[in-house]
Design a protein around this ligand. Structure first.
Ligand SMILES: CC(C)(COP(=O)(O)OP(=O)(O)OC[C@H]1O[C@@H](n2cnc3c(N)ncnc32)[C@H](O)[C@@H]1OP(=O)(O)O)[C@@H](O)C(=O)NCCC(=O)NCCS
Length: 305
């Protein structure tokens, strides 16, 4: 019988071993050590596990309970050459025990939509699809700057230019969050916590957060984040416009400002993730020339130990 040992990471060497393994298995979505650590900073509770098969590292798993939900999100990953020996099962059991100890009743995970083997593995354990994230990219090599034309009375600025707008950004996030399909378990944190988790991470910079302001009120914003492990690519996080201001071209103006800025700064690619049912943002991105790349499926499953 092969010997499987699962244990929590202890120190930087384990963190690096886990991350190297994660990046080897997920080359399209690499993370740097600072990004992995920031992910953990953003969780209320989190843990990282490693798994050895006959004394050699074969797999790893991470899990966290975010500040905006009670549902833990976890992921187990096993080197392709070390699969079918029970390492994934042992890691899943460790995640499930951890989640039960943190009063959870279920967990979520993300699997690439073209990874049939992992999807079948999760489905055998009772995981079911709850939403689909379509990923799209825009290469900037051929991009020509576009006009930034918000409706009359609305100006587009950066948060770096207007740092006092933080509370207004929060109000937009609070209003638009419930309108995003697939995030039904999400709730907004108190302001200071929201600011720290969503706006002051290693990937966040005020100069890449574009804000629509009408008569001093923040009516929308669009945030681009940096990607340490893939530095030529920027990622669009939230694009949100308050309900009363939708349908007037504000999101388009914000996006044009972002695209122009990214091109001017010399970035090669913009990437974003849109829930499959989110028609408004998907249409806008398609109109701007973003094209699909393989996406991700969000699944929810039981905590079988
Ligand atoms: C998505 C969102 C930001 C759009 O803001 P907006 O200011 O109303 O968008 P615009 O007026 O600039 O519309 C630009 C284009 O987007 C698309 N679009 C916007 N709203 C749409 C809708 N309700 N249905 C279909 N397409 C829509 C269209 O292509 C539109 O161009 P058109 O008017 O020429 O047809 C807004 O609906 C929102 O805040 N939603 C909640 C948050 C969210 O889901 N954000 C995206 C995930 S991060």
């Amino acid at each position: 019988m092969p010997e499987i040992r699962v244990f929590p990471a202890a120190g930087e060497a384990d963190e690096v071993r886990s991350l190297d393994l994660y990046n080897a298995i997920h080359p399209r979505e690499p993370a740097s050590l600072s990004e992995a650590r920031d992910w953990r900073r953003q969780q209320r509770h989190s843990e990282l596990f490693l798994a050895e098969l006959d004394g050699e590292l074969a797999g790893s798993a991470h899990i966290g309970i975010p500040t905006y939900s009670d549902l833990p999100t976890g992921k187990a990953y096993v080197l392709s050459t070390r699969r079918r020996h029970g390492v994934g099962r042992a890691l899943y059991a460790a995640l499930a025990s951890w989640a039960v100890a943190h009063a959870a009743e279920a967990m979520q995970t993300f699997i690439d939509d073209d990874d049939a083997e992992s999807l079948a593995w999760a489905e055998r354990r009772g995981f079911r699809e709850v939403s689909r994230e379509a990923l799209v990219e825009l290469p900037l090599a051929a991009y020509e700057p576009r006009p930034v034309e918000p409706p009359a009375g609305v100006e587009i600025v950066t948060w770096a230019e207007r740092p006092e707008l933080a509370r207004g950004l929060y109000d937009v996030a609070a209003e638009v969050g419930p309108d995003i399909p697939g995030d039904q378990d999400h709730r907004i944190e108190p302001f200071e916590e929201w600011l720290s988790v969503h706006m002051q991470g290693v990937a966040d910079r005020p100069e890449s957060t574009f804000v629509a302001v009408a008569d001093g009120e923040v009516v929308g914003y669009a945030k681009l984040t940096f990607w340490d492990a893939k530095p030529e690519t920027l990622f669009h996080e939230l694009t949100g416009v308050k309900r009363a201001w939708r349908g007037r071209g504000i999101a388009r103006a914000l996006k044009h400002a972002q695209l122009n800025w990214a091109k001017e700064q010399g970035y090669a690619t913009l990437r974003t993730s849109n829930e499959a049912r989110n028609e408004p943002i998907r249409r806008l991105n398609a109109a701007l020339g973003y094209t699909p790349i393989p996406g991700r499926i969000k699944l929810e499953g039981p905590l079988a130990q």
